[in-house]
Design a protein around this ligand. Sequence first.
Ligand code: 6A9
Length: 807
Amino acid sequence: MFIFNLIYILLFIRNSLTEYVDYQKTSILAASNDSLLWGTYRPNLYFGTRPRLPESLLTGLIWFGIENASSFSQIRHACDQGDGLDEYSFKKHDGRNFAIQTLSDSKNNIKLKTELLKNSGGGHGGEWAVRISGTPINNNKPSGISFLYYFGLEGDGSIELTNPLDEMGLDTQVELKGETPDLGQFSIILKEDPNNRMPSNVHSKASELADLSKIQYWGHLVPDGDIWRAKELLQSHLISKYQNIIKNPETKSIPPPKYLFALKNEVKENSNFFIFQKMIEGPFQFDIIFQSNSSPIHLDSESLTSGLKSKSQEFDQRFEKTFGLSEKGFNDSQIYFAQTIMSNLIGGIGYFYGSSIVDRSFTDSDEDEEEFWTKYREADPRLTPPLALFTATPSRPFFPRGFYWDEGFHQLLIGKWDNDLSLDIIKHWVSLIDNDGWVAREQILGEEARSKVPEEFQIQYPHYANPPTLLMAIKSFMLRVDNLENKNTINIDDIGEQIFSDHILSTTDPTIISSRFMLDKKLANDFLKEIYPKLKLNYKWFRRTQWGEVKEWGRRARSREAYRWRGRTPGHTLTSGLDDYPRPTPPHPAELHVDLMCWVGFMARSLKEIAERLEEEDDADDYTKEYKNIVANLNDLHWSEEHDAFCDLSVDEDEESIFVCHKGYLSLFPMVLELLPNDSPKLGAILDMIYNPSELWSKYGLRSLSKSDRFFHTGEDYWRGNVWMNINYLVLSSLYKNYAVIEGPYKEKAKTIYKELRINIIENVYKEFERTGYVWEQYSEDTGVGLRSHPFTGWTSLVTLIMAEEY
Ligand code: 6A9
């Protein structure tokens, strides 16, 4: 018996190795495609699924209360702060096979749970099942709920409802069958728990309208590109039904909402949109199972139950193995917090497809606002051909779309959790860098994404930049590869063990996939080779389009290296990412921006590291020269003795160069991007500024703008004082990796700051999470209170890495 097992194991390993080599041949990322085809890639919804395909099957959850007619307006679909949910967050999400989310909607008196399990295999992305359960929040209050789930197919293929149709409703299990070129043949089962309860009919007339012990249904033909409007489709269907009822002379009294707002129970010919509804009181549960005909093993309710249980334990183990928080002394509720914020970053990953709006008529002449708006009237915004982007998102309700510089931060955490998932996202972003080297800062792809953005913010301009943070993520990837090589922690025996410690549900065990690239330096280099040309173009684009005019050439500056963000208005430098941070005003074509200087320097240094790995010696030499010049000019041009700080530059009325100094995050870039040597007195000055309570130091993290700056907490007050997690992370990272560990005169100070800042951040974000149930876009430097968009589980999730001290 043992021998048989052994042979089987060996065969299995051999098969997976052959498979592994084949993958390399096709595409270096193909390996992850199967387990990444389906996912919760509609993060703007409370719950929905879709595959990573431009046009395919979209599914989603909708619910509303049925206690009175007005609760129909409390209909939930896309995440919206106005809905006032007390909480909605992924408690666990592994990014591939498993996710648990809880939601609490007290206005509708319901707590919901969505649990997802996937089973890859079969060549069409495998299968998934979701269990959605609900319980009343307050058992003494009525809790009637209309639960709805829909399936909408776009593009080629077909889908049909196979139950015998009954105009009073369908019995406890609904079945759909369909087929598309990418998904193959599939079946969908929607099944309600036998314990779901709907008290017997009270309204005699109404009971003729529908049998509420059954599942109500509606099938409709919806044009491609419109399925995302599911909620509006449903609303107009129900409103037209409502009007028919009240217009009908036989209607003596208006039936109660549970009849009034029940679907019509009809299916139009050629329907591609099917929605099902159950009216329920009290606790309930549904299983929705997507079965792929090509899958060797089918998911069902039993394997869902057992799979969820084992995946949940596996998640905990993997989380500890990855971040070691228990080992670091964090307690259960802190670990639960860290799991939640990471899971929400992963649950915020979406797949977007569609056109964006770009105006290529603009040149570099938008220097003052007046001119900007004149230009705006002459604008020539055009739709681009459709683009695809797989990306994490900063905030599900507010910004459910990709942002270039946010993404580099997201990938630091995602990459640590699942290397290959992260590379896949990075690759999507890199592919959006166009042949000029430009990539739009904000990716608003398609109508659904656009529906969340006011018109004046929809247009992207090809001369606008955004910090090149993706390189940070690529550097962490290279570091992971090196560390793994050195430590040689995973070997082929471990992999065999992992496969077999598992059960059938994880034929593509994520821990194996996440190490595919790291196991093989060649594969890692292939990846770098694939993305390098675009990264280089992006760098050249920065140098070409964002160059700055050096006034003091030959006197203060030793080369022409200097940079200026394009696309400024007097009040904003959106391109820098630090929107309203005080800058020279009014904008002047001769100004120079210290943060951009550092970013370009950081790019040069990072590209040099990549070029060296790829043995692109000439390129590496160029980057080295450019980097040196940038560092020299950074010190020669941007350092103000008077202010003891790095500052922006502009010119006065006589065109004389002047410093424009506003201490805050801007002053930190030379340190956080590690352009300063450890013994630089300028580093000492930055650390002093950081640790000074009347400058950047607050109990809740570093202030974005110094308390002593005259713009502190003024105007829009976005980046003018309150605490942001991305920059705090960079500070901690540069201290931990460099300034607090490598010998130098400021090492002890750096260490103190590191330790105290880390604790302050963790404690406050955790405290606010406990108090409010959310993580926030920013935190008050004064009270620590979470501010602005929430949940904001983009870069605020970096707290997980801060806890783990993974930088
Ligand atoms: C405007 C308003 C519903 C602003 O996290 C994304 C970005 C950051 O990259 C940037 O650094 N956030 C920060 O300053 C949010 C940007 C949102 C822009 C959308 C439309 C819609 O209101």
